[in-house]
Design a protein around this ligand. Structure first.
Ligand code: C2O
Ligand code: CU
Length: 485
C-alpha cells in the first residue's frame, strides 16, 4: 500500500492516478509518463540455457554447496539482458538428473507468441532429459521479468530453476545505480546442506510450505553498496514459490516506479505486498556516506531484515527526492464501455477443504501433465488437469481476439493467491480489500475473500494459462487456461 504522503515538491491534488477506495492512494507525479521507446529492428541476442544439477553454496548455509538445479554455471540466478524490440534466441537443453524431470521454459510476463510460451502440453511437448528446444521471440515490453520451468515446479523452482530477464529501454534520465534483487526463501536444512520437502500436503492445502532460509541474490542479509546521496533503481523480484512479502525500506526515501515491469508514476513507497512472481521497481535515495538503509519484510507484523544498503563515495545529487519516471508501457488500453464481463472464482475442492482441516505429511506423487496427482483447489468449479490426462481439459473461457474484457476475480478461500495470466497484462480497476494505485500487472495478489476487477484487451491469440503462482496451489488444481481466437 502507498499512502498520501507526498514528495516535498508534489502539489496536492495533482495526482496522475485514479484513486482506489476511500484512502485515496495517489502518486504526486503530475505529468503523464514519457511515451514508450519505439521498437526498432530486432537485433538478435542469443542465450544458452542448460538445465542441470550444479552444486551451489548459498551465503548462509555454512558455505556448503546444495544440489541446486540451475541454467548455467555462473552466479545464481542466470540473467539475460537485452533491449526492447530485440529478438531473444534461447537454446534450451534439459540435462536434469532424473528421467521423470520433463522441462520447458516459460517467459513470465513477456507478451510473446503463444508457441514460445513454454507451457507443457498446452503449447509444447516438454523436453525429456537429453532433449533440446530453441525459443525465439521479440521482447515487446521494457522492464523486470523472469523465466522458469513450468513442470513439477515445486521441486524445479524449489531447487532454483529460474533466471532473470531484464529488458532495457525504459529509462528517461539515468539513475545512479541499477540493482536486481532476487528475493527467495529456500527449503533447506541449513545444518545438513540439504533441501527439505518442497511440497507437503499440509502446505498445499493451506498457504503453502514455507522455506527456512531467506536470501537476497542467494545470500542471507547481504550488504549492498550504493552511491551516497544518489537515486538508485532497485528491481525487486519475489522468486519464491510460496512466501508473500510485505516489502518496505527503512532508513531512506523510496518510490515505486514500475509494477511487473510496467511504469507507474513515481509513488512514495510505504509498503507493497509482493507475492510469488510479482515484481516492483523502486528508486531509493541514499543518504550521506556510510548511512545504512534496510530492505525489510513486514508480513504478519514481523520485521525481517532482507538486505542492507550502505551508501558510499561522494554524494551524487542535491535537492529534493524527485525520482525520474520510467517510460510508459505499451499495454493496450481496454475499452471499459464495450468490455465483456466474466467472473472467475478461486476456491477449494472438497478434498482441499478436508486437507486444510487435518494434519498431513508428504507431497503427492508427481502425476501426468507436470502437476501433482492431488486436487485441492479450483477455478470456476474446475481443477487442472481435471480428468484423464491423455487429453487437455477445455478452456475456462474463449475470448474474442481484439475485444476488451473485465474479469471479476473472486477469492473464495481464507488464503491469498497471486493470480497470473500468461501472454497478457491486466489493468487493476478496483478491489474490495486493498488500496493500491491503479497499475498493470501480470500477477495480481488476491487477499483472502478479496474480489477485484481487472481489465485487458485479449490481443494475443492462443491458449494462455491463468493460475495461482503459489506453486503448491498451481500444482494441486488452481490452474486453467483461456483461449483467445
Ligand atoms: Cu510464472 Cu505460469 O508462470
Ligand atoms: Cu494460490
Amino acid at each position: 500500500m502507498v499512502t498520501r504522503r507526498q514528495f516535498a515538491s508534489g502539489a496536492a491534488g495533482a495526482a496522475a492516478l485514479v484513486c482506489l477506495g476511500r484512502a485515496g492512494i495517489q502518486s504526486t507525479h503530475s505529468k503523464p509518463l514519457p511515451p514508450a521507446t519505439p521498437l526498432g529492428h530486432s537485433r538478435p541476442v542469443s542465450a544458452k540455457l542448460i538445465a542441470a544439477e550444479r552444486p551451489y553454496a548459498l551465503g548462509g548455509v555454512g558455505g556448503r554447496p546444495l544440489p541446486m538445479w540451475t541454467f548455467d554455471d555462473g552466479t545464481w540466478p542466470m540473467t539475460i539482458r537485452l533491449n526492447v524490440g530485440d529478438r531473444l534466441d534461447a537454446s534450451f537443453e534439459n540435462r536434469l538428473p532424473r528421467p521423470d524431470q520433463m522441462a520447458s521454459i516459460h517467459w513470465h510476463g513477456i507478451r510473446l507468441p503463444n508457441a514460445q510460451d513454454g507451457v507443457p502440453y498446452l503449447v509444447q511437448t516438454p523436453l525429456r532429459p537429453g532433449e533440446t528446444f530453441d525459443y525465439s521471440f521479440v521482447v515487446p515490453d521494457t522492464g523486470t521479468f523472469f523465466f522458469h520451468t513450468h513442470c513439477n515446479s515445486a521441486e524445479q523452482l524449489g531447487r532454483g530453476l529460474m533466471g532473470v530477464l531484464i529488458v532495457d529501454g525504459d529509462v528517461t534520465e539515468p539513475y545512479d545505480a541499477d540493482h536486481m534483487l532476487v528475493l527467495r526463501d529456500w527449503h533447506v536444512d541449513a545444518a545438513a546442506s540439504e533441501f527439505t520437502a518442497f511440497m507437503t500436503l499440509r502446505g498445499a492445502g493451506r498457504a503453502g510450505t514455507f522455506g527456512t532460509l531467506r536470501t537476497v541474490n542467494a545470500a542471507s542479509d547481504p550488504e549492498i553498496l550504493l552511491p551516497a546521496v544518489a537515486d538508485c533503481r532497485l528491481r525487486l523480484l519475489n522468486a519464491d514459490t510460496t512466501r508473500i512479502m510485505q516489502i518496505a525500506i527503512d532508513g531512506a526515501d523510496s518510490a515505486i516506479v514500475a509494477v511487473d515491469g510496467v511504469a507507474v508514476p513515481p509513488t512514495p513507497l510505504t509498503t507493497w505486498t509482493l507475492g510469488p512472481a510479482m515484481r516492483i521497481d523502486l528508486v531509493l535515495r541514499t543518504r550521506h556516506p556510510r548511512a545504512v538503509a534496510r530492505l525489510v519484510d513486514r508480513a504478519n507484523g514481523e520485521r525481517i531484515e532482507l538486505a542492507r544498503f550502505v551508501a558510499t563515495g561522494a554524494p551524487r545529487r542535491r535537492g529534493r527526492f524527485e525520482p525520474a519516471p520510467l517510460r510508459a508501457g505499451r499495454i493496450a488500453e481496454p475499452d471499459l464501455r464495450s468490455a465483456t464481463r466474466m467472473a472467475f472464482a478461486f476456491h477449494t475442492t472438497e478434498s482441499g477443504s478436508a486437507v486444510a482441516a487435518v494434519e498431513g505429511a508428504g507431497g503427492g506423487p508427481l502425476g501426468p501433465l507436470c502437476t501433482s496427482t492431488r486436487l485441492f483447489w479450483g477455478i470456476n468449479d474446475r481443477s487442472w488437469p481435471e480428468r484423464g490426462h491423455d487429453r487437455l481439459p477445455p478452456p475456462l473461457a474463449t475470448l474474442e481476439r481484439g475485444r476488451s474484457y473485465v474479469f471479476h476475480l473472486k477469492n473464495r478461500t481464507p488464503f491469498a493467491h497471486p493470480i497470473h495470466i500468461h501472454g497478457h497484462t491486466f489493468k487493476l480497476l478496483r478491489s474490495t480489500k486493498q488500496k493500491r494505485l491503479v497499475h498493470y500487472a501480470d500477477t495480481l495478489l488476491l487477499l483472502p475473500d478479496e474480489e477485484a476487477d481487472v481489465a485487458f484487451v485479449a490481443d494475443n491469440p492462443g491458449d494462455w494459462m491463468l493460475h495461482c503462482h503459489i506453486i503448491e496451489h498451481q500444482e494441486t488444481g488452481m490452474m486453467g487456461y483461456l483461449r483467445v481466437v
